[in-house]
Design a protein around this ligand. Structure first.
Ligand SMILES: [Zn+2]
Length: 299
């Protein structure tokens, strides 16, 4: 069992000091993929004139823009960092950067077709264009803080996390979430990349993870071990359905997700698809052509 944390005290638009160097303001965009909404982090000292970074300004929402501008008033925003281009993270980056004069740093947005057909509302912000393209490994120096960009593809092909050295903490975007597992939806999402990125985060040994949605993960080692096990169990279940004779995702989902609300089955189908792509890549499953959502698979 993954030790999820869903109890979480917050108020929309309020600036909360959540650690010595971190403040958080939550946008009012709750939903099945955003939990209580997008948490925008402000990194730096709470002192007049201090230089701060802002991570994931969030959805295009005037009220949240005003809340963020109020939260950084009297300080200098030196960096706007974006973990990935989904609409609950990236669209407010440009208006916020324009109002504060800070550059936007992020990984290059995906060029390939990213629209999945599972009814997810985690669409791309197609207008997103960073000022500085990160590839991973960059050190970002600020006023009393330093971060390192950590490439963490999987949930999105251009997902970047940011490690805060002073607190041995990771702003992990949607790569790891404390309240839920993360959606890995092809074609932009990639389960093999996701599992490899998870191992990178596990190996790094952070003291705290700060996901964009929900509460922090304060015992990352145990949490990530359970998170990883959950994926491997799901993968084994998909492999077992193949071995039992199921040939399509449509056959597998009602069995694998019998206990889950049927409205979530389209999203579940994408997850099964992600596992099958990985199994095909590893030579553990076959397919009659491209490993698509409607392909015929074999053991
Ligand atoms: Zn998100």
């Amino acid at each position: 069992m993954i030790p999820f944390v869903r109890d979480f005290e917050f108020e929309y638009g309020r600036r909360d000091q959540v650690s010595p160097l971190i403040q958080r303001v939550i946008a009012n965009n709750p939903g099945p993929f955003t939990f209580t909404g997008t948490g925008t982090y402000i990194v730096g000292r709470d002192a007049p004139g201090a230089g701060v970074a802002v991570i994931d300004p969030g959805p295009m929402d005037e009220t949240h823009l005003d809340a963020l501008l109020g939260a950084v008033e009297g300080r200098r925003v030196t960096h706007v960092l974006v973990t990935h281009t989904h609409r609950d993270h990236a669209p407010l980056a440009r208006p916020f950067a324009q109002r504060t004069g800070a550059p936007i740093l992020a990984m290059r947005p995906p060029a390939r077709q990213t629209h999945a057909s599972g009814g997810l509302d985690e669409d791309e912000d197609e207008a997103f264009a960073p000022d500085v393209i990160l590839t991973g490994g960059e050190r970002i120096e600020g006023d009393g803080w330093s971060m390192t960009a950590l490439a963490t593809p999987g949930h999105a092909s251009n997902h970047m996390a940011f490690a805060l050295e002073e607190e041995n903490a990771l702003f992990c975007g949607d790569h790891v979430m404390g309240w839920s597992t993360t959606v890995v939806a092809p074609p932009d999402g990639d389960m093999a990349d996701y599992m490899a990125s998870l191992d990178v985060v596990i190996t790094a040994g952070f003291d705290t993870l700060w996901p964009t949605h929900g509460a922090p993960v304060t015992q990352p080692a145990a949490f990530l071990a359970a998170y990883r096990t959950h994926r491997l169990e799901r993968e084994a279940q998909v492999a077992a359905r193949l071995a039992a004779g199921d040939r399509t995702i449509a056959e597998m989902v009602p069995k694998l997700y019998a206990a889950v609300d049927q409205r979530l089955w389209p999203a579940a189908s994408l997850s099964v698809w992600a596992h099958l792509i990985k199994l095909v890549k590893e030579g553990r499953a076959t397919t009659d052509g491209e490993p698509t959502l409607t392909a015929t698979y074999g053991a």
